[in-house]
Design a protein around this ligand. Structure first.
Ligand SMILES: C[S@@+](CC[C@H](N)C(=O)[O-])C[C@H]1O[C@@H](n2cnc3c(N)ncnc32)[C@H](O)[C@@H]1O
Length: 250
C-alpha cells in the first residue's frame, strides 16, 4: 500500500530541488505561466499596488508579484517562501526572498503597506490559520491593504487518484505527467526502499483549509482585519479572494 503524505512544505521543497524553471515554484503546472501572470496583475490592481508601497508576499511562488512591485515603483518588495530550497531558486533570479511560514512571519511589526498571500492559506493546516491571520495583522501597517487569495469555499475532492501498487502509480504518472515526473518519483521510491522506509507519495494536490466567505471573514475580523470586498477567483471559481484592511487607528 502506498502512503500519501499531506506535508505540503515537503512538496514545495522537493519541487524546488528539481525545478528547471523558477515558474515551477508557482505550483500551477508548467503550462500555466500566463495564468500566473494574469492572477498577479489582478491582485496588483485589487490592492492598488503603487509607488512607495512596502510589499510583503507570503508564499510568493515564482516571484511574479515581486517583479510587478518593482515595475510599479514599490519602495520595498519581499517574498516569503516555505523552504530554503525555494528561496535559493528565487535569489538566483535576483529577487528578495526569505524563508518563513505564515504563522511565524520573520518580519517586524507594522512593516508592510501591502500584504499578499495568494493560493497559500488553502495549504496551511487549519489549526494554524488563526495564528497566520494574527501574524498578517501584526506585520501590516495601519491602513495596509491585504489580499488573501484563492480560499476554497467548500471542501474539495483531491483530484489525484489513490493507488495500491507502485506499478499502478508509476504508469499513471507517466501517462499524465510524462517521463521527468515518472523518473523523479521512481528515483525517490527506490531511495525510500533502499533506506527501508515505506512507499510514500506527495502529489501536492490536497487542500488543508477551506471556509465559506462568512466563516473566513469572521476569522479575519477576530484577528483585527476589516473586510473590504471578496469575489470568486476568475481562474478558480470555487475559490474566493478577499481584500482586507488594517484599521488606521490600530
Ligand atoms: C501554490 S504556491 C502559490 C504561489 C503564489 N502565491 C501564486 O499565487 O502563484 C504556494 C506557496 O506557498 C508557500 N507555502 C507553503 N506552505 C506555506 C506556509 N505554511 N506558510 C507560508 N507559505 C507557505 C510555498 O513556498 C509556495 O510559494
Amino acid at each position: 500500500m502506498i502512503t500519501r503524505s499531506l506535508d505540503y512544505v515537503e512538496y514545495c521543497r522537493e519541487t524546488a530541488k528539481h525545478a528547471l524553471d523558477p515558474h515551477d515554484l508557482a505550483l500551477r503546472g508548467r503550462d500555466k505561466k500566463e495564468v500566473t501572470k494574469q492572477v498577479h496583475q489582478e491582485i496588483a490592481a485589487a490592492v492598488a499596488l503603487g509607488s512607495g508601497d512596502d510589499l510583503v508576499d507570503i508564499g510568493c511562488g515564482d516571484g511574479t508579484m515581486l517583479r510587478i512591485a518593482e515595475s510599479a515603483g514599490a519602495r520595498t518588495a519581499i517574498g516569503l517562501l516555505a523552504t530554503d530550497e525555494e528561496v535559493a531558486v528565487l535569489r538566483r533570479s535576483g529577487l528578495n526572498a526569505i524563508q518563513g511560514l505564515s504563522d511565524q512571519l520573520p518580519l517586524p511589526d507594522a512593516s508592510a503597506t501591502v500584504i499578499v498571500c495568494n493560493s497559500v492559506l488553502l495549504v496551511v493546516p487549519r489549526e494554524r490559520i488563526p495564528a497566520s491571520l494574527h501574524e498578517i495583522y501584526r506585520v501590516a501597517k495601519p491602513d495596509a491593504r491585504i489580499l488573501l487569495g484563492e480560499i476554497p469555499g467548500a471542501e474539495q475532492h483531491d483530484p489525484t487518484p489513490q493507488f495500491t501498487t507502485r506499478r499502478e502509480l508509476l504508469s499513471h504518472l507517466y501517462r499524465k505527467h510524462g517521463f521527468r515526473t515518472w523518473f523523479g518519483v521512481l528515483r525517490r521510491m527506490a531511495y525510500r526502499q533502499l533506506t527501508g522506509k515505506p512507499p510514500l507519495i506527495n502529489s501536492g494536490t490536497s487542500i488543508s483549509f477551506w471556509a465559506t466567505p462568512e466563516e473566513f471573514i469572521a476569522m479575519a475580523q477576530a484577528a483585527g482585519l476589516e473586510p473590504v470586498r471578496h469575489w470568486p477567483c476568475s481562474h478558480y471559481p470555487t475559490r474566493n479572494s478577499y481584500v482586507f484592511r488594517k484599521p488606521s487607528g490600530d
